[in-house]
Write a protein that binds this ligand. Structure first.
Ligand code: PEP
Length: 252
């Protein structure tokens, strides 16, 4: 299974900045990437990214994703964006349950599971984020928290969960420059792998990404762990040089 390196631009970018970032990425992307590469961009820029992909040949293999999706199919939900709309815009991926959405938009495990179902329903791969806060970690609840978060998604999606990507993102590592040791991250990934194994025969199809301050320096050691199948990268995905180094680290 190819590793997946996915950028999460969060609420960053502008027409001009996106264009120069994508041109810089195109310069550095190899013709035959050994890993899959994606960027999850603010929804208002999906059209721009798709049109650049059409004009800049080296961007063709880049998967495009969104950062959130409505759990509803359509209708009177002002401000929401449906999975079908994301599909219409050529999205291959959508991040669901990012800790910033759980924290600032009060997204519950149940809502995240419903959003996962909405994405799967139209054939978009949801990148389902799970992860513990610092307080939960210090209290020894890491396993319990990530298992509870993933269990809600498994419960609502049954055998379809073989089509998801999981991202283990310890909340205390996001945007802080702190990371667990590769071995500590691996042990949580192993717990998640075992949970997926118990839920579906197809568990080996599910990639489990690590996210949280992954950068050009620490990527190799994290990506070398047996159950780390790629990365979800925030800050470093906004700098072409750093993002390309992480992509290179995933090739070996
Ligand atoms: C993220 O937002 O998913 C993330 C991992 O951010 P960062 O890499 O900046 O910690």
């Amino acid at each position: 299974m190819k590793k997946l390196i996915a950028g999460n631009w969060k609420m960053n970018g502008s027409l001009a900045a996106n264009e120069s970032l994508l041109h810089a990425l195109a310069e550095g992307l190899a013709d035959e990437a050994a890993s899959e590469i994606a960027i999850c961009v603010p929804a208002v820029y999906l059209a721009q990214v798709q049109s650049l992909k059409k004009t800049v040949a080296r961007l063709a293999p880049l998967g495009v994703g969104a950062q959130d999706v409505s759990a509803q199919l359509e209708g009177a939900y002002t401000g929401e964006i449906s999975a079908r709309m994301l599909l219409d815009m050529g999205c291959r991926y959508v991040i669901v349950g990012h800790s910033e959405r759980r924290q600032y938009h009060a997204e519950t495990d149940v809502l995240v599971a419903e959003k996962t179902r909405a994405a799967l329903g139209v054939g978009i791969t949801p990148i389902v984020c799970v992860g513990e806060t610092l307080m939960e970690r210090e209290a020894g609840y890491t396993e319990e928290v990530v298992k509870r978060q993933l269990a809600a998604v498994v419960h609502a999606n049954g055998h379809c969960i073989s089509e998801i990507v999981v991202a283990y993102e310890p909340v205390w590592a996001i945007g802080t420059g702190k990371t667990p040791s590769p071995e500590d991250a691996q042990s949580v990934h192993a717990v998640l792998r075992a949970q997926l194994k118990a839920a579906t025969d197809q568990f080996s199809r599910v990639r489990i990404l690590y996210g949280g301050s992954m950068n050009a320096t620490n990527a190799s050691a994290l990506l070398a762990q047996p159950d780390i199948d790629g990365g979800l990268i925030g800050g470093a995905s906004l700098k072409s040089v750093d993002f390309l180094k992480i992509i290179a680290a995933a090739q070996v």
